[in-house]
Ligand binder design. Structure first.
Ligand SMILES: Nc1ncnc2c1ncn2[C@@H]1O[C@H](COP(=O)(O)OP(=O)(O)OP(=O)(O)O)[C@@H](O)[C@H]1O
Ligand SMILES: [Mg+2]
Ligand SMILES: [Zn+2]
Length: 451
């Protein structure tokens, strides 16, 4: 028997790489003062290299056919994952404190026919039980555990043989082989790696919940995000009860799809018609408000763009933007000034996409520039118009993708007029009924119709 000796390496808290000796500056990511000691047990280090796994032929894998994804019972979640959760995948679910991570996790677990395990290192079983009662979660295959040692969790997994494991949260579990505290870089890395090995070896799906720092990234080494297959974020703003689930990384699907929920007493409820939700609080009698049919993945969502323009009191005028690209706004303001003769140089400009959506689709340009112009001129717009179009430096309006989908969404919510790029409109005009579509080729033309 070999003696249990430990080897020391130095681990970077920024990038998660390890180094044989200590440096003031991490040789990998060049951050200063991020290395700290990390003891690896020699036995295990050896085991990691000793037993090679068998190789497989691509042909055999292809013959096996498509791997079945497991539906989570919540279609908004499935949409974001790319059609359910894949066995053998590791998913990181991040979000601000209190946003609803544990709620979401608890709501998807009962969908599993085979055993599932919910490890709540943060809360006791009875606290989880109380929440389950409130959420009306019922399951005879769901196991709860408040184990917080990774070794104990691995034992429970080999005992229960679950199809899905949720670890809530990665910052509260630890390996008893390391003497650092839960939540430290070395603990997060060690536990993350053990969970990764387990998902691949046993072909089970694991969701790890992670806290998010003030800067909006998952607390812990960046490496955690590289290690997992999918990174999901649950977002929302405190003033509203809706939550947005988006994926920041997905090895098995696109990152364009959004899931939209409302937080209610009985948990997160899927929103079938997000446009209605995002337009619910719209006021009809304010200037600087326009509607843009955004495309989030495969789905159109109408969003309200709000702008406020006021005289700048001190020196450099302020530009403040929420949910839209800052540089793009600067470009649009320059077009407004140079091509349409609206003085913006001495004005503070605030632009906000209502409801916390972030849009990086240039098709939103026309709605944004029109909202700003309406605010600057203090002129009201008709509240039954939607605006679509990308704007070029000459003030020309360029065609956009999937105009018909966008128009249909506007139509279904009772909007009467669409102002859209002429080049697009020519191609689709035959198919559009019961809504007026005006094709324009410049911002000036749009303003002539609107103001
Ligand atoms: N009785 C209730 N009725 C309605 N909503 C509730 C109720 N109890 C809790 N909530 C909602 O659930 C949220 C907490 O959800 P949850 O515990 O799932 O969040 P979390 O992201 O796991 O938080 P943490 O970071 O603390 O683990 C609260 O902020 C609140 O919005
Ligand atoms: Mg929680
Ligand atoms: Zn580093």
């Amino acid at each position: 028997m070999s003696k249990l000796k430990s080897k020391t390496v130095y681990l970077c808290s920024a990038c998660g790489n390890d180094h044989p000796k200590w440096f003031g500056q991490c040789p990998s990511c060049k951050e200063w003062g991020t290395l700290s000691e990390y003891k690896v047990s020699k036995n295990r280090a050896k085991g990691d290299y000793g037993q090679a796994r068998e190789t497989q032929k691509l042909e055999d894998i292809l013959i096996g056919g498509e791997v079945e994804r497991i539906p989570t019972g919540i279609s908004e979640m499935d949409r974001v994952l790319g059609g359910g959760i894949l066995p053998g995948s590791l998913v990181l679910l991040g979000g601000n404190p209190g946003i609803g991570k544990s709620t979401l996790a608890l709501q998807i677990l009962p969908a599993f026919q085979k055993p599932a395990l919910y490890v709540s290192a943060e809360e006791s079983e009875s606290q989880v039980g109380l929440r389950a009662r409130r959420l009306e979660v019922q399951s005879n295959t769901l196991h709860l555990s408040s184990e917080n040692r990774i070794e104990g969790i691995l034992d429970q997994i080999s005992l229960i043989k679950p199809e899905l494991v949720v670890v809530d949260s990665i910052q509260t579990i630890f390996s008893s082989e390391l003497d650092s505290l839960p939540g430290s870089t070395s603990q997060i890395r060690e536990c993350g790696q053990q969970l990764l090995q387990l998902t691949k070896q046993l072909n089970i799906a694991v969701i790890i919940i992670g806290h998010v720092t003030k800067e909006g990234i998952i607390a812990g080494p960046k490496m955690l995000e590289h290690m997992v297959d999918t990174v999901l974020y649950l977002e929302g703003d405190e003033r509203h009860d809706h939550r947005i689930l988006r994926s920041a990384k997905n090895r098995f699907g696109t990152t364009n799809e959004l899931g939209i929920f409302q937080m209610k007493t009985n948990g997160l409820v899927q929103v079938d018609n997000p446009s209605e939700l995002f337009l619910a609080e719209r006021q009809n009698d304010i200037t600087g408000s326009t509607i843009f049919p955004s495309l989030e993945g495969s789905r159109p969502i109408l969003v309200e763009v709000q702008a406020l323009v006021s005289n700048a009191n001190f020196g450099t005028p302020q530009r403040n933007v929420n949910g839209f690209d800052f540089k793009r706004l600067a470009m649009l303001l320059a077009v407004l000034e140079k091509r349409l003769g609206t003085n913006m140089g001495t004005k503070d400009v605030f632009v906000n996409l209502v409801g916390g959506l972030k849009v990086d689709d240039p098709a939103a340009d026309l709605a944004v520039i029109t909202a700003v112009a309406s605010a600057a001129r203090d002129q009201l717009l008709s509240n039954s118009v939607v605006l679509i179009g990308e704007i070029g430096l000459g003030g020309e309006v360029r065609s956009v993708s999937r105009l018909e989908t966008r128009i249909n969404e506007a139509k279904s919510l009772g909007f009467k007029t669409v102002i859209a790029p002429a080049a697009n409109v020519k191609r689709i005009s035959k198919h559009v009924k019961r809504i007026k579509v005006s094709g324009i080729s410049s911002v000036g033309e749009a303003f002539q119709i609107l103001f």
